[in-house]
Design a binder for this molecule. Structure first.
Ligand code: TPP
Ligand code: MG
Length: 801
């Protein structure tokens, strides 16, 4: 437990709280009024929200937190965070002056874009909150597998009360309960205001019951120490009862109006010509306003007491801290204050109240009563302000260059995935020990079962498989053990992505590299898409295996079949998307991925493919359950490189080529069949196997950009491949997904192109039925070729139904 602060330290903390309020307000004011705004947008949301959390963050950062603790600061409190880091010497004035500007301090705390040691990015509300929960589970996982002398950290989220509406938070709580969550604090800024509204009465009681149900401790920080003292005065009990029954809207409105309004209302409701009247009368308007505004969340002694007490154990704890949105500012309590902005006149007034001279607004200690040396000495002692880096580095882990898999004559990429992992599961290398798999209740149906059989499920405590001990035959014998390497999740896909986000930052948060592999059905990426985006934005490193996909999931119908996911793969920054057709391709891609996800930092694009491979990223593999006849071949280094770079010629177009068929993924058999069907009637047909539309497209864009910058010889991988295609040839592209995935190939050299794919919701049927129905079967490819690459009729083209 942190030592209780001395009276002198408490005084300094109170001064720092004012300073945080000032600096964050000034940062926002500066961005709004003192700098040109190009988009006409002013800083909304931040001013009132930051003020709401000034005391809570002061208590945490300057007293409670230790360097190993990690925090998700709610998005609109970013100015507070930047101000605190500024006071601790970790943020520059230039960045604060450029708040929301180019290369300035970010509007919402950003792990990757900010330079002042943000632990977890926030912005899309709810996600940072869940991130702390999963980070705590990952910390337990890492400690069970890799014992460490480093102290355990606490994962802390500063949560808005309206943020609690986000469903992903509840999904996470349930998962936390299952896994025995600890070392996690959620501090709710209970200001009873959201963006638009004042929240419903009594919400705190719902939270309290809910958190307790999920096994959390709940600490309600409702009254400040001034209020507690007043309650002890004669008449104090009546005041407490009045506060307890006061509706949120009225409390906010009176706060906004100030001392005289409080007096009038309290006298009307409580005036008794006796003790209560005396309690009110003996205070000036200002003192009365201060008393009524002294809610627990604005009162350092109450907050410190609550935090310090909870810090004595590792229980997951929710703090419900009563606050007033905009506290300390002219906007305090007003229901419209979310987008509220202090006027220059109001800022001047605040500056004067803070004893800050004009022109000295950025001075760290300006206006504080304690001498600067003492303040600096205090800051130097703050536990959180360690000089040691709080982010760790993990050494590169050697990974195999090739992965073993027995290729059967006919198999699906999903089967191949299961077998590769099963083979890996036999191993005992450092690399294999660092693989961690996770899946939202689709472990078996995504083919992770054999791997889990070998490596077990993770739990902090051992738990036997009852079916096994009862000797009931089962394909799977899964035991929970601290050494288990599969993190079992419930169905909520949001949790999968946040879990991957937490696992994928382990090298930085825990100093231990993990190789997280998450599996789910491809269509359900959409369910967790914002969380996936969040994980990528934070540069978490993981491999996402999405299977089954497309209308190869033929029997399952429209809501289970994915159409747009390859486009997500192309558009999602930080995620390299692949869609292999063959298992040898998959093995090459996976082996490459284990290396790729370890890379990081700034690097120039490679001149070979114009991709930023040296900076690394996460990987998305779109796989299928469709059994496909495999090709007997050796994967030469050249072929391997083509697979990784995104495409290779399965059949190189001849000099008189009239048609090229370019395909990706599970439609390979149709593409190959179509080549056979048109071979007699179209010359030198080429067949392009695309393994990553995403990487081809990214390389092409980057090479064009490089040429525009004067590097005239820059050529992307796909440009070199297309150089083999004569200008008069036409291209037919085909994929089990939206046609835009490959439709752009014609734009590279201006070839006529027809893009086949799926544009409408599917229905149930066989793969053959559906491929025919949506026009991605061999016949449809041939018909398209005949139409855009004129010549004699293609004899094998059957009449289309
Ligand atoms: C997913 C998502 N939806 C909407 C928003 C826009 N938004 C930002 S803050 C906010 C209200 C937050 O209220 P609360 O959490 O109570 O914080 P306070 O404003 O009280 O500080 C909304 C709707 C967002 N940032 N993220
Ligand atoms: Mg709120």
């Amino acid at each position: 437990m942190p030592a209780k602060p001395s009276a002198a330290d408490l005084k300094i903390l109170a001064e720092l709280e004012r300073k945080v309020l000032w600096l964050s307000s000034w940062t926002i004011h500066h961005a709004n009024h003192l700098r040109e705004s190009s988009d006409g947008l002013k800083v909304g949301g931040h001013q009132a929200s930051s003020a709401s959390l000034a005391a809570i963050m002061t208590a945490l950062y300057f007293h409670v937190l230790r360097p190993q603790d990690r925090v998700a600061v709610k998005p609109h409190a970013s100015p507070n965070f930047h101000a605190i880091q500024y006071l601790l010497g970790k943020q520059t004035r230039e960045k604060l002056e450029a708040f929301r500007g180019y290369k300035g301090a970010q509007s919402y705390p950003s792990r990757t874009k900010d330079t002042d040691d943000v632990d977890f990015s926030t912005g899309s509300v709810g996600l940072g909150v869940a991130q702390t929960l999963f980070s705590s589970l990952v910390q337990d996982y890492v400690r069970a597998h890799f014992p460490s002398k480093r102290p355990e950290g606490r994962m802390v989220a500063l949560v808005g009360d309206a943020e609690m509406d986000e469903g992903n938070i509840f999904e996470a709580m349930l998962e936390g309960w299952k896994h025995g969550l600890r070392n996690c604090w959620w501090v709710i800024d209970y200001n009873r205001q959201s963006l638009d509204a004042v929240i419903r009465e009594g919400l705190w009681a719902r939270y309290e019951t809910m958190f307790k149900n999920f096994g959390w401790d709940v600490v309600i920080v409702k009254y400040g120490s001034l209020q507690e003292a007043a309650f002890k005065e004669p008449g104090g009990e009546a005041l407490r009862n009045w506060i307890d029954s006061c509706p949120n809207q009225l409390y906010s409105a009176l706060t906004f109006q100030g001392g005289a309004a409080w007096r009038k209302r309290l006298m009307n409701d409580l005036g008794d010509q006796g003790p209560v009247t005396r309690l009110i009368d003996k205070r000036s308007d200002d003192e009365l306003a201060r008393l009524m505004g002294n809610l627990g969340g604005h009162d350092l002694p109450s907050l410190l007491e609550a935090f310090d007490t909870a810090a004595m154990n590792d229980r997951p704890t929710c703090f419900i801290c009563y606050t007033i949105k905009g506290s300390g500012l002219a906007l305090a309590g007003h229901k419209d204050n979310h987008a509220g902005m202090m006027t220059p006149a109001q800022m001047d007034q605040l500056r004067e109240t803070m004893h800050i001279r004009a022109g000295h607004e950025w001075d760290k200690f300006e206006g504080l009563a304690t001498p600067p040396q003492e303040l600096q000495a205090f800051l130097d002692r703050v536990p959180f302000a360690t000089k040691e880096p709080r982010r760790y580095q993990a050494p590169h882990v050697d990974v195999p260059r090739a992965l073993a898999v027995t290729i059967q004559p006919t198999m699906s990429t999903q089967m191949g995935f299961g077998q590769i992992l099963n083979e890996l599961g036999r191993g005992d290398s450092d690399f294999v020990k660092r693989i961690v798999t996770t899946s939202p209740d689709v472990t078996v149906s995504t083919n992770l079962g054999p791997w889990v059989n070998r490596r077990n499920l993770f739990a902090r405590e051992k738990m036997a498989d009852t079916f096994k001990s009862e000797r009931i035959a089962s394909t799977f014998n899964w035991e929970f053990a601290p050494t288990g390497q599969h993190l079992e999740l419930g169905i909520a896909e949001n949790n999968l992505f946040i879990a991957l986000s937490a696992l994928g930052l382990s090298h930085s948060i825990n100093g231990e590299r993990l190789f997280p592999i998450g599996t789910l059905y491809d269509p359900f990426i959409a369910r967790g898409l914002d969380a996936l985006n969040y994980a990528c934005y934070q540069e978490a490193r993981f491999i996402l295996v999405a299977t089954p996909s497309g209308i190869t999931l033929a029997g399952e119908g429209g809501a289970h079949q994915s159409i747009g996911t390859p486009l997500i793969g192309m558009a999602q920054d930080g995620l390299a998307a692949f869609e292999p057709a063959y298992v040898d391709e998959l093995a090459a891609i996976l082996a490459w991925s284990f290396d790729y996800i370890q890379k990081g930092g700034e690097a120039e694009p490679s001149e070979r493919n114009w991709l930023r491979d040296e900076t690394g990223g996460s990987v998305y593999l779109r796989l299928s359950t469709r059994p496909v006849e495999q090709i007997k071949r050796t994967v030469t280094p050249e072929l391997r490189q083509g697979i990784i770079d995104g495409a290779y010629w399965m059949r190189k177009p001849g000099p008189n080529c009239q048609v090229v068929v370019a395909y990706t993924g599970a439609v390979a058999p149709e593409a190959i069949e179509s080549i056979g069907l048109m071979g007699e009637d179209r010359r030198d047909v080429g067949l392009l196997a695309v393994t990553s539309a995403d990487r081809l497209n990214a390389g092409w864009t980057a090479a064009q950009r490089a040429r525009e910058r004067g590097l005239v010889n820059a050529r992307a991988h796909i440009e070199r491949l297309m150089a083999d295609v004569p200008p008069h040839a036409a291209i037919v592209t085909v994929c089990d997904a939206h046609p835009a995935t490959l439709g752009w190939l014609g734009a590279i050299d201006g070839h006529r192109t027809r893009a086949l794919g799926v544009e409408h919701f599917g229905q149930t049927g066989s793969i053959g039925d559906l491929y025919r129905h949506y026009g991605i079967d061999a016949n449809a490819i041939v018909a398209a070729a005949e139409t855009i690459a004129p010549g004699r009729p293609i004899r094998h083209l059957k009449a289309l139904p």
